[in-house]
Design a protein around this ligand. Sequence first.
Ligand SMILES: [Zn+2]
Length: 96
Amino acid sequence: MAIYEYRCERDGAFEVLRPIGTAPASVACPECASDSQRVFSNPMVSFAPRALVAALDHEEKSRYEPEVVTSLPATGARKRTPMMPLTSTMRRLPRP
Ligand SMILES: [Zn+2]
């Protein structure tokens, strides 16, 4: 089963539980029985972690209002990947 979202012109959004792949393009509104069109939304976003929701919102916003970069990032922000400590076996490996 899957939750499908529909929107009534008068009563707003509502959800319908149906088997996956069987959602019609429109259903009757449970309040006023008028024809309501299906609405497509990001799947499972309501269950996603807050950080993911924030990232998706940021990604959506950057499409229309991209942040303008005016300077290089601070050098402290860049971090090198720590190297693996040299063991006696690794010391014997050929070096470039
Ligand atoms: Zn309605």
